[in-house]
Design a protein around this ligand. Structure first.
Ligand SMILES: [Zn+2]
Length: 171
């Protein structure tokens, strides 16, 4: 288990956004990604945990709440199929897939295929935990957990780097 992807974390945060109007940025995504790794979340469980949390509580949702909900659900639920068959891909409920497609459309998050001619690559990434140099892909280094120090590439680019590239072309 390596936690959720950048995009999956955005889906979880978007679920929370529906209740608390938070405005998550790149740093939140990175922090929640680490929490998802430590707490061994799956996307379906994490989204469910967000809804469970706000169905019963009023405090601002933090990653620890999600981990607590997931652990509690695992104690009471039958073993998920993915644990019985470690090689099978995680089974995500249909509604989670629909939900992700929906937020991708509404918020303009796209899984971009990157190419060597992307304007982002002419810029050093301003993202605090990335700082990818020119012509280097975006990513971040894990600062906690069992994979501490490892570099993780992300799909596409950090938002701030895309912004920087856009400002350049509009000048
Ligand atoms: Zn970056």
């Amino acid at each position: 288990m390596t936690g959720l992807t950048d995009e999956e974390i955005r889906a979880v945060l978007a679920a929370a956004m529906g209740y608390d109007n938070r405005r998550p940025g790149d740093l939140n995504v990175a922090a929640w990604q680490e929490a998802s790794e430590i707490g061994r979340w799956t996307l379906g469980e994490a989204v469910e945990a967000v809804h469970q949390h706000y169905a019963t509580r009023t405090d601002f949702l933090m990653p620890g709440h999600v981990t607590q909900h997931i652990r509690a659900a695992r104690r009471t639920a039958p073993m998920p199929a993915e644990r019985q068959l470690p090689t099978a891909p995680p089974a995500e409920p249909e509604r989670v897939r629909d939900f992700m497609a929906q937020i991708r459309r509404s918020l303009g998050w796209t899984q971009r295929a990157t190419t060597a001619s992307d304007p982002e690559l002419d810029h050093v990434c301003p993202h605090e935990r990335c700082r990818a140099g020119k012509h280097r892909p975006c990513g971040y280094r894990l600062t906690r957990g069992t994979h501490q120090g490892e570099w993780r590439a992300i799909k596409g680019y950090h938002h701030s780097r895309t912004q920087a590239a856009r400002q350049e072309t509009n000048r």
